[in-house]
Each structure stands twice: as structure tokens, then as C-alpha cells.
Design a binder for this molecule. Structure first.
Ligand SMILES: [Cu+2]
Length: 484
């Protein structure tokens, strides 16, 4: 409040002074009208030149003074491989525009002084000059074209094609008001499908739990990356436009709702290495927390960060996340420690079966021999219905994947029940269950494979029906090669 009062008072005092000087001027101009105008012009012209000197001086002084905070300068080398190239073209651009900036400002203020109104000088009016127009249109156009073309080469480096996917580190970042959800694909290296209709309190990304690739996907609080490995970030948004900005890595990409974008970069320094770069720089030798002068220094607490570079709403400032770069083996160790989101938050009590290896071996045997049947150990239905349980998807996905790789097979998918209940009802249920499996497989994509669904009811038991264990064994789904 005091500050506001002081400002108002200063403003009013200046107004009074201005009016007073006008009055004096007016009184004088009654005596000698021209002389007063000439004097005012001279004073204003000199003030403008003085302003120019101060202004340009301040530009250079502050740029120099804050150099150690500037990215792309001093200790702030780019932390990614493409970053130094980007910095280089930025510096070339700043050099060219900087020279123009200084020259035009000198010319602007000098003209105001040199061509002020004074004794014996008449103003000359030029309404139009074609030659001047051409010069100041063509010169910037040529310079801009040269800058853009030299930048294309760097652009291609920043937006490369991925050649070797095996070494690629993938993660997905989803912006929302106000934060980021960071997802890693987990051991299978594949992201599970998402559907915005499935977004809920417990499913913030709308992951489709029918897609088994979602089971091992991780949600993490900060981005951890290995040094020297190519990273591809899939960037999406859940509500409004956000912008994925990693200033130290010179990475910035819009996060657009409904349209994934990508950013590719390779971290060059670990967080620790970057801290070492800052060590010794005076600005980073001060305590990180001014209230705790004996605490850690600023360079010791430095962290890379992810920021939102789109003004996306009132909580925009809170979209900061830590980014950590470590050595590759440290990264692997960190990755192993992370827990799947599905297993920790959705299906806590029961681990998802991992039948893939065993199943693939059996599958390979059957395919190489061209005959035989496999029991689908992990395919189950809800009691009395033909609805597949979630646990079935993983095995069926693996099966579909294998069938796709072996075109031209003909298989029978058979459903079997135990002997409890009505014979006809069991037959019908087993047929419906076999149908459900075939439908699921076809949806997953099986290429040229022909599938025949057949329900056998209780007619082909593989164990006695008088114990619960036996009955459980008899309730089963099998696949069998019936031709090629
Ligand atoms: Cu944002």
C-alpha cells in the first residue's frame, strides 16, 4: 500500500513539474517564439542520444553480467547431442540480428538528434522511394533464406528416423491441468493401448486393461534417462495444449490433445556431470537455500527439469518435473525397481500370469511337427458364461502373434466342460466359449490362419469328473492343427 501511495505521489509531482515547465515555456514563447522551439528540440535530441548510450550500454552490461545463467553459454553447454548444433545456429542468428539491432538503434537516435529543428534547416519530405523499399525488403529476405537453409540441416538432425529400435529408450508423457503423467513401457518395451473413454480416477491415462501390453507399463514421478542412449518421447495432452520443454536438452514440443507428437534426443551429460560443470562458477557456489548458509551449494542441488512452455492455465507454474540422467547400468537398476501401475493399483491381489515362454515352446513344437493339440492353460471364463477373464488376454495375444507369423495354418479351437449339469447346456456353453476365443483371436489379428470353433461339451474328459481338481482340468480350451 505504501508503495502504491509513493508511486501515485511521484506521478502527481512529475505532472505538476511538467505543467509548470509548460507554463514557463509559454510565457517565453510570447517574447521569442522560434528560439524556445529550437532550444526544446536540442534538449530532447540530446536526451534521446543519452538514452541510446545508456540503453545499449545496459544491453551489453546485463548480457555480460548474467552470462553464467544463460543456456548455451559458459557452463550451460547443451546436455543433449543435437543441442550444440541448435545452439550454434541460434548464436549465428543472434550475431546477425544483434549487429542489425545495434546499428538501427544508433541510427534511430542519432537521426533524432542530427535532424532536429534548428536555425536555417528545412525538413525535406520523401513520400516514396522505390530503391529504398527494394533494399530493405530484399536484404532481410536474403539473410532469412540463408539462415533457414543452414538450419534445415540441424532440423533433420533433431528430427531423425529411428534406425535401431532395440537400444531406444521410450517413454510417454501426458500433460494435463496441471501436471504430467510419465509412463514407461515396461519389460515388453511396448505401450498398451489407451482410450480416452476409459479415463477415470484410478485410470488417469485411460489404459485399456484388455490389452495385456498395459500390464507391465509403469507410471513414474520423475523422468529418468540413461546417458548416451537415444530417447524417444511420445507426447500427448489430456485437456488443453501444453508444451513439453526440456530447456537443458534443447527439446521443446507441443503436447496436443488427440494428436501424439514425438521428441527424440540423446542425453550427453549425467546430472552429476552437469553439476560438476557448474562447480566453481561463482553464481552456483552460493548456498541453495539462503536461509541455510551452511547447507548444500547451488551446484550440488542442480537438477534438469521438465517444464510446460505453454501458458495453459492458473496452475501452469506447477507443471515442473525433475529429470535425472544416470549411467546406463544405473538406469537399468532403477527401471527394475519400478512397479507396474496395473499390478500396484488395479489388480493388487493377483499377479498376472506370465505363460509366454513355456507357451511359445509348446507352440513351436506343435508347429514344427505339424500336429498335436495345446491346452490353453491361462484361458478362463467367468463362471457359467462365455466371457473371457482378463487373465486370458496375455496368452491369447501371444497365440495370435504366433499364428500371424505362420500363415496358411488351419486350426480347431475346441471348448470343453466338466460333467456337472445338463449335457445339452454344457455342449452349448462349450461352443460359445470356443466361439469367444476365435472372435478374440481374429480381433487381435491372425493373418491368413483359418480358425474353426467347436464345442465338445463334456464328451472328452482328460481327468475323472468326481473331484474338483479333475473337473477343473476338464474345463478347458484347446487348439489343434487340422490342416495346412
Ligand atoms: Cu501446461
Amino acid at each position: 500500500m505504501t508503495l502504491v501511495l509513493i508511486l501515485i505521489f511521484t506521478f502527481l509531482a512529475m505532472l505538476v513539474l511538467l505543467r509548470a515547465s509548460k507554463l514557463i515555456e509559454l510565457a517565453q514563447s510570447l517574447k521569442e517564439p522560434h528560439q524556445v522551439r529550437y532550444r526544446t528540440s536540442r534538449i530532447q535530441g540530446s536526451l534521446l542520444v543519452a538514452f541510446m548510450v545508456l540503453f545499449l550500454g545496459a544491453v551489453f552490461y546485463f548480457n555480460f553480467h548474467y552470462r553464467n545463467y544463460m543456456l548455451g553459454f559458459g557452463p550451460h553447454d547443451a546436455a543433449s547431442e543435437h543441442g550444440s548444433d541448435l545452439d550454434r545456429i541460434l548464436w549465428i542468428t543472434i550475431l546477425i540480428t544483434g549487429v542489425v539491432f545495434v546499428l538501427t538503434h544508433i541510427a534511430l537516435f542519432w537521426f533524432a538528434y542530427q535532424y532536429r529543428e534548428r536555425e536555417g534547416h528545412e525538413a525535406k519530405f520523401i513520400s516514396h522511394d522505390n530503391r529504398l523499399e527494394l533494399i530493405w525488403t530484399i536484404t532481410p529476405a536474403v539473410v532469412m533464406t540463408l539462415l533457414v537453409f543452414s538450419g534445415l540441416d540441424v532440423w533433420n538432425k533433431i528430427m531423425p528416423d529411428i534406425k535401431d529400435k532395440s537400444e531406444l529408450v521410450q517413454l510417454e508423457v501426458t500433460g494435463f491441468q496441471f501436471g504430467w503423467i510419465i509412463r514407461y513401457p515396461g519389460p515388453d518395451k511396448e505401450f498398451g493401448a489407451r482410450n480416452y473413454r476409459l479415463i477415470s480416477g484410478t485410470n488417469p491415462l485411460g489404459q485399456d486393461w484388455k490389452d495385456s501390453r498395459n500390464y507391465d507399463d509403469l507410471h513414474v514421478g520423475k523422468i529418468v534417462l540413461p546417458k548416451g542412449k537415444q530417447v524417444r518421447v511420445k507426447i500427448t495432452a489430456r485437456d488443453v495444449l501444453h508444451s513439453f520443454f526440456l530447456p537443458h536438452f534443447r527439446v521443446k514440443m507441443d503436447a496436443v490433445p488427440g494428436m501424439p507428437t514425438y521428441a527424440i534426443f540423446t542425453p550427453k551429460y549425467t546430472t552429476e556431470e552437469y553439476r560438476q560443470r557448474l562447480k566453481g562458477v561463482p553464481e552456483y557456489m552460493v548456498p541453495a537455500d539462503p536461509e541455510n548458509p551452511d547447507g548444500p551449494k547451488k551446484w550440488e542441488t542442480f537438477n534438469y527439469e521438465l517444464a510446460c512452455a505453454e501458458l495453459c492455465g492458473v496452475g501452469h507454474f506447477s507443471m515442473r518435473r525433475e529429470v535425472v540422467v544416470v549411467e546406463p547400468d544405473e538406469y537399468e537398476a532403477w527401471l527394475k525397481k519400478q512397479k507396474s501401475y496395473y499390478l500396484t493399483n488395479i489388480k493388487k491381489e493377483k499377479a498376472v500370469p506370465q505363460p509366454v515362454d513355456d507357451f511359445s515352446a509348446k507352440m513351436d513344437k506343435m508347429l514344427s511337427e505339424g500336429k498335436g493339440a495345446i491346452k490353453l492353460e491361462h484361458v478362463h471364463f467367468k463362471t457359467g458364461s462365455a466371457e473371457l477373464t482378463h487373465e486370458s488376454w496375455k496368452e491369447l495375444n501371444t497365440l495370435a502373434h504366433t499364428l500371424k507369423a505362420h500363415p496358411g495354418l488351419k486350426l480347431e479351437v475346441s471348448g470343453h466342460t466338466d460333467a456337472q449339469g445338463n449335457d445339452a447346456a454344457n455342449l452349448s456353453l462349450s461352443q460359445k466359449r470356443a466361439d469367444a476365443v476365435v472372435i478374440y483371436l481374429k480381433k487381435s489379428g491372425i493373418g491368413q490362419t483359418i480358425l474353426v470353433a467347436k464345442g465338445y461339451g463334456e464328451t472328452q474328459p482328460i481327468a475323472p469328473n468326481d473331484t474338483p481338481e479333475g473337473r477343473a482340468m476338464n474345463r478347458r480350451t484347446e487348439v489343434k492343427i487340422i490342416g495346412e
